[in-house]
Design a protein around this ligand. Structure first.
Ligand SMILES: *[C@@H]1O[C@H](CO)[C@@H](O)[C@H](O)[C@H]1NC(C)=O
Ligand SMILES: *[C@@H]1O[C@H](CO)[C@@H](O)[C@H](O)[C@H]1NC(C)=O
Ligand SMILES: *[C@@H]1O[C@H](CO)[C@@H](O)[C@H](O)[C@H]1NC(C)=O
Length: 403
């Protein structure tokens, strides 16, 4: 079946210096099946949807121009994401607590989707029931009520709008906040965060999106199951239909300062975050566009984690774990093998969108190719015999890892 390839657009990337500014008309709608506007929020007194950057969302007609991408790319589904890391969990928790409040929120969502003629919503509540994120004990139940009620109201609108939830793959977050099977049944799609599983805050160097547990994880008990494979298996094992699960991949790296430049293997002691990049401007975090050129220099040593199936690189005291075409191919193979519903990429503005290392949007393009292949499979019964032969060849090749 045709898979999803969801691209995330972030409003804050418009304010970067010079040509680093990423605008709505930079969105490569031809490469994506969906594009998501990050973020809107929850109003803590009215419990309705709230604009987080009204001067842009409305003032500069951000939402209107985003919605108008449909004119240019008729196939493109446009979603809004509500929540995010900075927004936190407390406002969701308060809103979801009572039916009347949930109704306020749901009503405002429906109105909003009508107003901008959008195609759906992604709830990014990070994380229900997790006290460190402003959660409360009852969140586990109220999150499910919220998703079920929202999905029902939206189904009644008969607009083919999507209700998507973003969920962690870190299984330590799961028991307190997620009725996994029921959530998967209620939502149309489940976007699983397959990255940010490690970072400078852990005080050891590592890739942040490993597919499988490495020997190093087994030494540190708390990381034994914190990887993409174990996380996905957990959701599937709890009864989540694979075709609803969409695996999130990162178009950025996580950086570290090494304690000792000579100790640079996975698990090496680190003493903090790497320097912020000129665009993303956050310590310990670099967009692919901010380091792809550096990595071509011989000053950097490039390595491959052959269990986690991710690249990393270091120079002197800077260490970075990231994704490239090779690791994304491994993630694509994994999605095929598990029969998942597709991939999402976070985010467009972190890819090499100006093409400073080659063609623009290298990683997005790479992921989009897989999405294109899955579209062709649906059509193969209608195409001519010669084309069919070619398809058979490409299907055999691409299907190899699935067997
Ligand atoms: C939140 O809702 C209240 C009540 O409707 C409104 O007065 C306030 O302006 C809203 N806040 C924001 C930031 O939109
Ligand atoms: C990458 O190269 C640029 C330009 O030389 C430099 O300013 C920047 O600090 C480098 N980034 C890293 C992570 O080394
Ligand atoms: C498909 O390809 C395989 C191997 O390349 C070949 O054996 C088979 O006959 C082909 N099937 C069709 C329907 O062309």
């Amino acid at each position: 079946a045709e898979t999803r390839f969801v691209c995330h657009y972030t409003t804050w990337s418009r304010d970067r210096p010079d040509e680093g500014a990423f605008q709505i008309n930079d969105i490569p709608g031809n490469l994506c099946s969906h594009v998501v506007y990050n973020f809107l929020g929850v109003n803590e007194t009215s419990y309705e949807l709230e604009l987080l950057q009204p001067e842009y969302d409305i003032g500069e007609r951000g939402l209107e121009r985003f919605a108008a991408l449909k004119d240019q790319y008729p196939h493109l589904k446009r979603l809004i994401a509500v929540g995010g890391w900075a927004h936190g969990g407390a406002k969701f928790s308060e809103m979801a607590k009572f039916r009347t409040r949930r109704n306020q929120f749901i009503g405002s969502v429906v109105k909003f989707l009508h107003q901008y003629r959008l195609d759906g919503i992604e709830l990014v509540w990070l994380y229900p029931g997790n006290f460190d994120r402003g959660g409360a004990v009852e969140d586990k139940d109220t999150f499910l009520y919220l998703v079920s009620e929202l999905a029902k109201v939206i189904r009644d609108e008969s607009k083919q709008w999507e209700v998507v939830i973003q969920v962690p793959l870190d299984i330590s977050r799961m028991a307190v906040g997620y009725h996994q099977e029921e959530l998967c049944a209620a939502a149309d799609y489940v976007h699983a965060v397959g990255y940010d599983m490690r970072g400078w805050w852990n005080n050891f160097a590592d890739v942040h999106s490993p597919l499988a547990p490495r020997p190093n994880d087994l030494l540190m008990e708390s990381f034994e199951h914190v990887n993409v494979g174990d996380g996905v298996d957990d959701w599937l094992g709890k009864g989540c239909p694979p075709e609803k699960l969409t695996l999130g991949v990162a178009l950025f790296g996580r950086t570290y300062l090494l304690d000792d430049p000579l100790d640079n293997t996975i698990g090496a002691v680190t003493i903090g975050a790497g320097d912020p990049g000129p665009y993303s401007n956050e310590p310990g975090y670099l967009g692919y566009c901010e380091f792809c050129q550096n990595l071509t220099s011989s000053e950097w040593t490039k390595k491959w984690d052959d269990v986690g199936l991710c690249p990393y690189a270091y120079t002197d005291t800077t260490w970075i774990g990231y994704e490239n075409e090779r690791s994304l191919q491994e993630k694509i193979n994994y999605v095929k093998r598990k029969g998942l519903g597709g991939l999402y990429a976070f985010s467009l503005d972190l890819d090499d969108y100006r093409g400073s290392c080659g063609e623009p949007f290298p990683l997005t393009r790479f992921l989009s190719k897989y999405h294109d292949e899955t579209k062709i499979k649906d059509w193969h019964i209608f195409v001519s015999t010669t084309e069919k032969k070619e398809l058979n060849i490409s299907e055999t090749q691409s299907g190899e890892s699935a067997r």
